[in-house]
Write a protein that binds this ligand. Structure first.
Ligand code: 13P
Ligand code: SF4
Length: 320
């Protein structure tokens, strides 16, 4: 049962303890979904943690009345596209994404118009308006597999991450016309720091997200989505890992394989720009507050939602 914001009492002493959050979530019949880049405390309180594909699948199958998406805006928006009848909350509405922000819908439409014969494959890290103008959505987990399934005689346009696109191109053997966008976090890793870590830990395996730049991917032993990196850490015979993605993932790695060692790679000059500033806007306090007030809520125009739904459903149907 969902309570309208105006009907519910305001508690005198709001407490954002994990127990209070769990209690409030069950009162609201809410499911808390969290991406691996969330703060450890948010991951610990979530019902489900996953990569973009797993979270979209979870959002598509939940029976909860309320979905609290501890991630960024495009993720919560995807959950809303899949669940128009549910209340979808994002603890901080300002949690955007540099990839989505750098691909405005009108510029993307112009890009498509320049390539009218191309199949448009868009990474899920984009706005609903860009999804609505795409033929197929993919995530870093399924991009290679989906591109391989496309008709061999059709050219393909890929956006908005050119680093992921280049990697998909190499893995799939298909030529892609790339939108020139990148993730501000994955382009910030310092190659010098990575080389230093490799010197200090010569037996460590380097795990990298495909949003990293080519010169870093060239130094990686394994490349994959956040979930795939986590599974690799579990299954690999290596005992230590240098991890080239947002360091939030290290929390699950350490929980799943406590006997192994994990090293994050800093940004240039040791800056902490390897942490996603958008993902980290969500806090336990904001999570508690949004469950309490049932806002900020993702709202969407129905015509736009239906247009954006088609390429997402295509992705879900084509994904192994
Ligand atoms: P994953 O789909 O691998 O979880 O990636 C999401 C993301 O935003 C990476 O920067
Ligand atoms: Fe976007 Fe990069 Fe943050 Fe992922 S890590 S949400 S791609 S800015």
């Amino acid at each position: 049962m969902v309570f309208a914001a105006a009907q519910k009492p305001t508690p005198t002493q709001p407490g954002p303890s994990p127990a209070a959050i769990r209690d409030l979530a069950s009162q609201r019949n809410a499911v808390i979904l969290a991406h691996y880049y969330q703060d450890d405390a948010i991951q610990d309180v979530a019902d489900f943690i996953g990569d973009s594909l797993e979270l979209a699948r979870k959002a598509a199958s939940t029976t909860a009345d309320v979905i609290v998406f501890c991630g960024v805006h495009f993720m919560a928006e995807t959950a809303k596209i899949l669940n128009p009848g549910k209340t979808v909350l994002l603890p901080d509405l300002a949690a955007g994404c540099s990839l989505a922000d750098a691909c405005p819908a009108d510029a993307f439409a112009a890009f498509r118009a320049e390539h009218p014969d191309h199949i448009a494959v868009s990474y899920i890290n984009c706005s609903a308006a860009v999804k609505a103008n795409s033929d197929l959505i993919c995530t870093s987990s399924n991009a290679v597999d989906l591109v391989k399934q496309l008709p061999a005689d059709r050219p393909i346009l890929f956006g908005p991450d050119e680093n992921l696109g280049r990697w998909v191109q190499a893995q799939s053997g298909r030529q892609l016309t790339l939108w020139p966008g990148s993730c501000q976090v994955h382009v910030a890793f310092s190659e010098q720091a990575l080389l230093q870590l490799k010197l200090e830990h010569p037996d460590a395996e380097v795990l990298a997200h495909p949003e990293c730049q080519q010169h870093l991917l060239d130094l990686a032993d394994f490349i994959g989505s956040t979930s795939k990196l986590l599974h690799r850490a579990e299954e690999s015979p290596a005992n230590s890992f240098i991890v080239l993605t947002e360091p939030g993932i290290l929390h699950q790695m350490r929980l799943k394989v406590p006997g192994k060692q994990f090293f994050e790679v800093p940004g240039a000059d040791g800056c902490s720009c390897n942490a996603c500033p958008y993902m980290r806007l969500n806090t336990l306090e904001k999570l508690w507050q949004c469950l309490d007030r049932l806002e900020p809520e993702i709202v969407m125009d129905e015509e736009l939602r239906l247009k954006a739904l088609a390429p997402i459903e295509r992705m879900l149907a084509m994904s192994p």
